[in-house]
Design a protein around this ligand. Sequence first.
Ligand SMILES: Nc1ncnc2c1ncn2[C@@H]1O[C@H](COP(=O)(O)OP(=O)(O)OP(=O)(O)O)[C@@H](O)[C@H]1O
Length: 299
Amino acid sequence: MTPTLTISRLTKRFGEVEVLKAVSLTLEAGRRAALLGHNGAGKSTLMKIVLGLIPHDGGDITVCGMAPGSPAARARVAYLPENAAFHPALTGEEQLRHYLALRGENPKQAMALLARVGLEKAARRRIGTYSKGMRQRVGLAQTLIGRPRLLVLDEPTSGLDPVSRRDFYDLLDGLAAEGTAILLSSHVLTEVEARTDRILILSGGELVAEGTLADLRARASLPVSLLVRPACGREPSLAAAFPEAVASGDGLLRLSCAQADKLPLLARISALGGDVADLDVIPPSLEDIYSHFSRRDGQ
Ligand SMILES: Nc1ncnc2c1ncn2[C@@H]1O[C@H](COP(=O)(O)OP(=O)(O)OP(=O)(O)O)[C@@H](O)[C@H]1O
Protein backbone atom coordinates (compact mmCIF):
# COMPACT_ATOMS: atom_id res chain seq x y z
CA MET A 1 0.00 0.00 0.00
CA THR A 2 1.30 3.50 -0.86
CA PRO A 3 2.35 5.36 2.31
CA THR A 4 0.23 8.41 3.07
CA LEU A 5 3.28 10.67 3.13
CA THR A 6 6.69 10.07 1.58
CA ILE A 7 9.51 12.58 1.81
CA SER A 8 12.86 11.82 0.26
CA ARG A 9 15.97 14.02 0.56
CA LEU A 10 13.83 17.16 0.75
CA THR A 11 15.69 20.46 0.70
CA LYS A 12 14.51 24.04 1.08
CA ARG A 13 16.39 27.34 1.05
CA PHE A 14 15.32 30.82 1.99
CA GLY A 15 17.91 32.94 0.23
CA GLU A 16 21.33 31.83 1.44
CA VAL A 17 19.96 29.80 4.33
CA GLU A 18 19.37 26.09 3.86
CA VAL A 19 16.34 25.52 6.10
CA LEU A 20 15.72 21.84 5.28
CA LYS A 21 18.70 19.58 4.56
CA ALA A 22 17.92 16.28 2.82
CA VAL A 23 15.01 15.35 5.09
CA SER A 24 13.56 11.87 4.44
CA LEU A 25 10.61 10.24 6.16
CA THR A 26 7.63 8.02 5.47
CA LEU A 27 4.28 8.04 7.24
CA GLU A 28 1.95 5.08 6.76
CA ALA A 29 -1.84 5.16 7.07
CA GLY A 30 -2.99 5.16 10.69
CA ARG A 31 0.41 6.17 12.11
CA ARG A 32 0.92 9.15 14.43
CA ALA A 33 4.25 10.95 14.21
CA ALA A 34 5.42 13.80 16.43
CA LEU A 35 7.72 16.42 14.96
CA LEU A 36 9.95 18.00 17.60
CA GLY A 37 12.60 20.65 17.23
CA HIS A 38 13.92 23.92 18.59
CA ASN A 39 12.58 27.26 17.37
CA GLY A 40 13.73 27.71 13.80
CA ALA A 41 14.48 23.99 13.30
CA GLY A 42 12.31 23.89 10.18
CA LYS A 43 9.08 22.27 11.46
CA SER A 44 6.67 24.85 10.03
CA THR A 45 8.58 24.96 6.76
CA LEU A 46 8.26 21.18 6.44
CA MET A 47 4.54 21.33 7.26
CA LYS A 48 3.96 24.13 4.72
CA ILE A 49 5.64 22.04 2.02
CA VAL A 50 3.50 19.00 2.94
CA LEU A 51 0.41 21.20 2.67
CA GLY A 52 1.54 22.53 -0.71
CA LEU A 53 1.66 26.12 0.54
CA ILE A 54 5.29 26.67 -0.44
CA PRO A 55 7.46 24.84 -3.00
CA HIS A 56 10.51 22.78 -2.10
CA ASP A 57 13.88 23.07 -3.84
CA GLY A 58 15.18 19.52 -4.04
CA GLY A 59 14.17 15.95 -3.29
CA ASP A 60 10.76 14.35 -3.61
CA ILE A 61 7.54 14.49 -1.67
CA THR A 62 4.17 12.81 -2.21
CA VAL A 63 0.88 12.94 -0.30
CA CYS A 64 -1.16 9.79 -1.01
CA GLY A 65 1.09 9.30 -4.04
CA MET A 66 0.41 12.81 -5.39
CA ALA A 67 2.30 16.09 -5.53
CA PRO A 68 1.54 18.33 -2.52
CA GLY A 69 -0.59 21.30 -3.50
CA SER A 70 -2.23 19.42 -6.39
CA PRO A 71 -6.05 19.42 -6.14
CA ALA A 72 -6.05 15.67 -5.44
CA ALA A 73 -3.46 16.00 -2.63
CA ARG A 74 -5.20 19.03 -1.12
CA ALA A 75 -8.44 17.06 -0.92
CA ARG A 76 -6.66 14.43 1.19
CA VAL A 77 -4.75 16.59 3.65
CA ALA A 78 -6.07 18.89 6.38
CA TYR A 79 -4.32 21.36 8.65
CA LEU A 80 -4.99 22.65 12.15
CA PRO A 81 -2.92 25.68 13.21
CA GLU A 82 -1.81 26.23 16.80
CA ASN A 83 -4.48 28.81 17.54
CA ALA A 84 -7.42 28.15 15.27
CA ALA A 85 -9.51 31.34 15.11
CA PHE A 86 -13.24 31.38 14.51
CA HIS A 87 -15.91 34.05 14.38
CA PRO A 88 -16.97 34.46 18.02
CA ALA A 89 -20.54 35.45 17.10
CA LEU A 90 -21.19 32.24 15.15
CA THR A 91 -22.33 29.04 16.83
CA GLY A 92 -20.23 25.92 16.36
CA GLU A 93 -22.86 24.56 14.02
CA GLU A 94 -23.00 27.76 11.93
CA GLN A 95 -19.20 27.85 11.63
CA LEU A 96 -19.04 24.22 10.50
CA ARG A 97 -21.93 24.69 8.03
CA HIS A 98 -20.04 27.64 6.57
CA TYR A 99 -16.84 25.60 6.11
CA LEU A 100 -18.78 22.69 4.63
CA ALA A 101 -20.46 25.01 2.10
CA LEU A 102 -17.05 26.50 1.17
CA ARG A 103 -15.76 22.99 0.51
CA GLY A 104 -18.80 22.12 -1.62
CA GLU A 105 -20.02 19.58 0.96
CA ASN A 106 -23.49 19.21 2.40
CA PRO A 107 -23.84 21.62 5.38
CA LYS A 108 -26.08 19.07 7.07
CA GLN A 109 -22.94 17.14 8.05
CA ALA A 110 -22.13 19.87 10.61
CA MET A 111 -23.84 18.21 13.57
CA ALA A 112 -22.28 14.81 12.84
CA LEU A 113 -18.81 16.38 12.70
CA LEU A 114 -19.38 18.28 15.94
CA ALA A 115 -20.67 15.09 17.60
CA ARG A 116 -17.49 13.36 16.43
CA VAL A 117 -15.41 15.77 18.51
CA GLY A 118 -17.79 15.75 21.48
CA LEU A 119 -19.36 19.16 20.85
CA GLU A 120 -22.94 18.18 20.05
CA LYS A 121 -24.33 19.76 23.24
CA ALA A 122 -22.52 23.06 22.61
CA ALA A 123 -23.24 23.13 18.86
CA ARG A 124 -25.83 25.90 19.15
CA ARG A 125 -23.79 28.10 21.49
CA ARG A 126 -21.71 30.99 20.19
CA ILE A 127 -18.02 30.10 19.75
CA GLY A 128 -17.19 33.23 21.76
CA THR A 129 -18.42 31.32 24.83
CA TYR A 130 -16.26 28.21 24.14
CA SER A 131 -13.16 27.30 26.13
CA LYS A 132 -9.82 27.01 24.31
CA GLY A 133 -10.15 23.20 24.34
CA MET A 134 -13.59 23.46 22.73
CA ARG A 135 -12.27 25.82 20.06
CA GLN A 136 -9.48 23.36 19.24
CA ARG A 137 -12.15 20.70 18.86
CA VAL A 138 -14.07 22.93 16.42
CA GLY A 139 -10.77 23.16 14.54
CA LEU A 140 -10.41 19.39 14.56
CA ALA A 141 -14.02 18.98 13.34
CA GLN A 142 -13.19 21.37 10.49
CA THR A 143 -10.14 19.31 9.50
CA LEU A 144 -12.36 16.22 9.25
CA ILE A 145 -14.44 17.68 6.39
CA GLY A 146 -13.99 15.46 3.35
CA ARG A 147 -12.40 12.61 5.39
CA PRO A 148 -8.72 13.57 4.89
CA ARG A 149 -6.08 10.82 4.87
CA LEU A 150 -3.43 13.04 6.46
CA LEU A 151 -3.83 15.50 9.35
CA VAL A 152 -1.10 18.09 9.87
CA LEU A 153 -1.47 19.59 13.35
CA ASP A 154 0.73 22.45 14.53
CA GLU A 155 1.05 22.25 18.33
CA PRO A 156 -2.61 21.22 18.60
CA THR A 157 -2.64 20.92 22.38
CA SER A 158 -0.72 24.07 23.25
CA GLY A 159 -2.55 25.94 26.01
CA LEU A 160 -4.91 23.05 26.80
CA ASP A 161 -5.28 21.70 30.34
CA PRO A 162 -4.24 18.06 30.99
CA VAL A 163 -7.78 16.66 30.71
CA SER A 164 -8.50 18.54 27.47
CA ARG A 165 -5.16 17.30 26.13
CA ARG A 166 -5.99 13.73 26.96
CA ASP A 167 -9.44 14.08 25.34
CA PHE A 168 -7.86 15.61 22.24
CA TYR A 169 -5.40 12.72 21.90
CA ASP A 170 -8.26 10.25 22.43
CA LEU A 171 -9.93 11.80 19.37
CA LEU A 172 -6.69 11.49 17.40
CA ASP A 173 -6.37 7.84 18.45
CA GLY A 174 -9.86 7.19 17.02
CA LEU A 175 -8.96 8.86 13.73
CA ALA A 176 -5.67 6.97 13.49
CA ALA A 177 -7.51 3.70 14.14
CA GLU A 178 -9.61 4.49 11.06
CA GLY A 179 -6.46 4.87 8.95
CA THR A 180 -5.80 8.63 9.11
CA ALA A 181 -2.09 9.44 9.27
CA ILE A 182 -1.21 12.22 11.72
CA LEU A 183 1.83 14.50 11.69
CA LEU A 184 1.85 16.85 14.67
CA SER A 185 4.32 19.21 16.23
CA SER A 186 4.52 19.62 19.98
CA HIS A 187 6.82 20.84 22.71
CA VAL A 188 5.18 18.65 25.36
CA LEU A 189 7.53 15.68 25.41
CA THR A 190 5.54 13.57 27.88
CA GLU A 191 2.41 13.61 25.74
CA VAL A 192 4.17 12.73 22.49
CA GLU A 193 5.89 9.86 24.27
CA ALA A 194 2.58 8.34 25.32
CA ARG A 195 0.32 9.28 22.42
CA THR A 196 2.30 8.97 19.19
CA ASP A 197 3.94 6.03 17.43
CA ARG A 198 7.09 7.80 16.35
CA ILE A 199 9.18 10.80 17.31
CA LEU A 200 11.01 12.83 14.65
CA ILE A 201 13.57 15.37 15.84
CA LEU A 202 14.53 18.18 13.48
CA SER A 203 17.59 20.21 14.34
CA GLY A 204 19.02 22.93 12.15
CA GLY A 205 16.97 21.61 9.21
CA GLU A 206 18.21 18.02 9.56
CA LEU A 207 16.21 15.03 10.73
CA VAL A 208 18.68 14.03 13.43
CA ALA A 209 16.67 11.28 15.14
CA GLU A 210 13.67 9.14 14.37
CA GLY A 211 12.01 6.28 16.23
CA THR A 212 10.07 5.36 19.33
CA LEU A 213 11.21 6.89 22.56
CA ALA A 214 12.76 3.51 23.48
CA ASP A 215 14.78 3.60 20.22
CA LEU A 216 15.97 7.13 20.90
CA ARG A 217 16.82 6.31 24.52
CA ALA A 218 18.93 3.35 23.38
CA ARG A 219 20.68 5.40 20.68
CA ALA A 220 21.42 8.34 22.97
CA SER A 221 22.83 5.95 25.60
CA LEU A 222 22.90 8.71 28.18
CA PRO A 223 24.15 8.08 31.73
CA VAL A 224 21.83 6.72 34.40
CA SER A 225 21.72 8.34 37.84
CA LEU A 226 21.45 6.41 41.09
CA LEU A 227 20.36 8.14 44.26
CA VAL A 228 21.54 6.36 47.38
CA ARG A 229 20.23 7.15 50.86
CA PRO A 230 22.72 6.07 53.55
CA ALA A 231 21.42 4.33 56.67
CA CYS A 232 21.49 6.50 59.82
CA GLY A 233 25.11 7.13 60.86
CA ARG A 234 26.55 5.26 57.85
CA GLU A 235 27.12 8.37 55.70
CA PRO A 236 30.94 8.39 56.15
CA SER A 237 31.42 4.71 55.24
CA LEU A 238 29.17 5.07 52.19
CA ALA A 239 30.99 8.22 51.04
CA ALA A 240 34.29 6.36 51.46
CA ALA A 241 33.02 3.40 49.43
CA PHE A 242 31.93 5.71 46.58
CA PRO A 243 34.41 8.58 46.36
CA GLU A 244 33.02 9.40 42.89
CA ALA A 245 29.55 10.12 44.37
CA VAL A 246 28.28 13.67 44.67
CA ALA A 247 26.53 14.55 47.93
CA SER A 248 23.22 16.32 47.41
CA GLY A 249 21.88 18.68 50.05
CA ASP A 250 19.22 16.26 51.32
CA GLY A 251 21.72 13.66 52.56
CA LEU A 252 21.57 11.57 49.37
CA LEU A 253 24.57 10.45 47.35
CA ARG A 254 24.22 10.79 43.58
CA LEU A 255 26.08 8.34 41.36
CA SER A 256 26.15 8.40 37.60
CA CYS A 257 27.15 5.61 35.22
CA ALA A 258 26.79 4.40 31.64
CA GLN A 259 23.84 2.05 30.96
CA ALA A 260 26.24 -0.87 30.58
CA ASP A 261 27.73 -0.23 34.02
CA LYS A 262 24.39 0.01 35.85
CA LEU A 263 24.15 -3.60 37.04
CA PRO A 264 27.77 -3.81 38.28
CA LEU A 265 27.23 -0.54 40.18
CA LEU A 266 23.99 -1.87 41.70
CA ALA A 267 25.90 -4.98 42.78
CA ARG A 268 28.53 -2.79 44.49
CA ILE A 269 25.80 -0.88 46.31
CA SER A 270 23.89 -3.96 47.44
CA ALA A 271 27.15 -5.50 48.72
CA LEU A 272 27.14 -2.73 51.35
CA GLY A 273 23.99 -4.26 52.88
CA GLY A 274 22.77 -2.36 55.93
CA ASP A 275 24.78 0.79 55.10
CA VAL A 276 22.16 1.60 52.46
CA ALA A 277 18.66 2.70 53.56
CA ASP A 278 17.18 3.26 50.11
CA LEU A 279 18.03 3.50 46.42
CA ASP A 280 16.40 5.07 43.36
CA VAL A 281 17.49 4.51 39.76
CA ILE A 282 16.74 7.58 37.62
CA PRO A 283 16.82 6.98 33.83
CA PRO A 284 17.59 9.90 31.50
CA SER A 285 14.53 12.16 31.24
CA LEU A 286 12.73 12.92 28.00
CA GLU A 287 14.26 16.38 28.10
CA ASP A 288 17.76 14.88 28.41
CA ILE A 289 17.15 12.67 25.38
CA TYR A 290 15.65 15.54 23.37
CA SER A 291 18.53 17.88 24.26
CA HIS A 292 21.03 15.19 23.29
CA PHE A 293 19.72 15.13 19.71
CA SER A 294 18.61 18.72 19.30
CA ARG A 295 21.34 21.26 18.65
CA ARG A 296 20.45 24.89 18.64
CA ASP A 297 23.31 26.29 16.62
CA GLY A 298 22.72 29.67 18.20
CA GLN A 299 19.14 29.98 16.96
N1 LIG B 1 9.57 33.09 4.44
C1 LIG B 1 10.78 33.01 5.00
N2 LIG B 1 11.81 33.75 4.55
C2 LIG B 1 13.05 33.64 5.09
N3 LIG B 1 13.35 32.81 6.12
C3 LIG B 1 12.36 32.06 6.61
C4 LIG B 1 11.03 32.11 6.09
N4 LIG B 1 10.25 31.23 6.79
C5 LIG B 1 11.07 30.64 7.69
N5 LIG B 1 12.33 31.14 7.59
C6 LIG B 1 13.50 30.71 8.38
O1 LIG B 1 13.60 29.31 8.25
C7 LIG B 1 14.02 28.72 9.48
C8 LIG B 1 13.03 27.66 9.90
O2 LIG B 1 11.80 28.28 10.25
P1 LIG B 1 10.51 27.45 10.69
O3 LIG B 1 9.41 28.44 10.90
O4 LIG B 1 10.28 26.35 9.74
O5 LIG B 1 10.99 26.84 12.10
P2 LIG B 1 10.13 26.11 13.22
O6 LIG B 1 10.87 24.85 13.54
O7 LIG B 1 8.72 25.97 12.79
O8 LIG B 1 10.24 27.13 14.44
P3 LIG B 1 9.18 27.51 15.59
O9 LIG B 1 9.18 26.37 16.58
O10 LIG B 1 9.76 28.76 16.16
O11 LIG B 1 7.84 27.73 14.92
C9 LIG B 1 14.17 29.85 10.48
O12 LIG B 1 15.53 30.23 10.51
C10 LIG B 1 13.32 30.96 9.88
O13 LIG B 1 13.82 32.22 10.24
